[in-house]
Design a protein around this ligand. Sequence first.
Ligand SMILES: Nc1ncnc2c1ncn2[C@@H]1O[C@H](COP(=O)(O)OP(=O)(O)OP(=O)(O)O)[C@@H](O)[C@H]1O
Ligand SMILES: [Mg+2]
Length: 351
Amino acid sequence: MHGIKKWFGNFQAVDDVSLEIRPNEFFTLLGPSGCGKTTLLRMIAGFELPSEGSIRLDGAEIASLLPNQRPVNTVFQNYALFPHLSVAENIGFGLKMLGQPKAKIAAAVAEMLKLVHLEGRGNDPVTQLSGGQQQRVALARALAPRPKVLLLDEPLSALDLKLRKSMQIELKRLQSETGITFVFVTHDQEEALTMSDRIAVMSHGTVRQVGEPWEIYDRPAERFVADFIGDTNFLDVDVVAIEGERARVRLASGAEIPATFPADIRPEGRVSIVIRPEHARAVAPSPAAPLAGTVHDVVYLGTDTHLHVRLADDKTFLVRQQNARSGPCGFAVGDSVGIELSDDVAQILRD
Ligand SMILES: Nc1ncnc2c1ncn2[C@@H]1O[C@H](COP(=O)(O)OP(=O)(O)OP(=O)(O)O)[C@@H](O)[C@H]1O
Ligand SMILES: [Mg+2]
């Protein structure tokens, strides 16, 4: 899609979005509530028309086609199964609407039941199924006509955490087994990182960054993306030199470390960098450590311990230590510590 804008009256819900979603990709739109994810999805589906811009599928413009003329299907958050129909009738519903012969529908339904692990449940009333099973029926119903693109709008948000986790794996499997392009909407960053080939991070109707999960997490281009995904430390530093694809930056302590930066900028002067808490380690005070401070909070989380370290400039730096051994972490409130950083963990943010 290119240059997509959408106004509702004088409110602009989508502002100049251009995205290229690749065939057979698991592509996720990630962003906070109200940022325009559903609106974008509804325009791909054809339930909403863009005010401006074009949407193409395999090179052909689809923006003017009716929803049922597009090789696209949607799974909504409230998946709205037909309660008076059986599991099999629900799955075959779209094919029946397309006027396909009974034998063909039966074969497709059997295949779908197998795909979503509901063999033998075809004749059950759909209301007898659990929430997760109903969600799988909704998926099978949307997949049965073999759309080129499946749109999924927060389809897992009604499920409890455990079921949600197993459905995440299930969805990823369904996507790679069917080869159908999935466009998935969520505001849950962990869900996006778990499932996606690529993620578009959205804010206020715009796309802020597109990339593979590791790029979005390790190489956020701006503060919003860094902040929205995971725990983050921001530090103000001075750019000393550019050396190929890295900048050399000076921390407040005077220590110099390399930092990556977004491809579209050439950083200079005072800039912000991000460092993830798990890329730092607390150590005994040492002149070799690039950062130093005083522990003012120790939060034990079972798998990890979070150390909140107050730096000389009074900012707090979060260090996440993995509890690789059992027992307490060895640091206490009031301790002076040095902070070591793993190699190549700093990323400069665009202003
Ligand atoms: N039909 C409409 N008329 C007027 N405003 C609308 C309409 N649909 C959406 N909006 C507005 O557009 C903005 C984006 O809405 P949208 O539903 O796309 O957000 P979202 O990212 O899907 O949020 P959520 O995570 O809460 O579902 C919101 O401010 C919303 O109020
Ligand atoms: Mg929405």
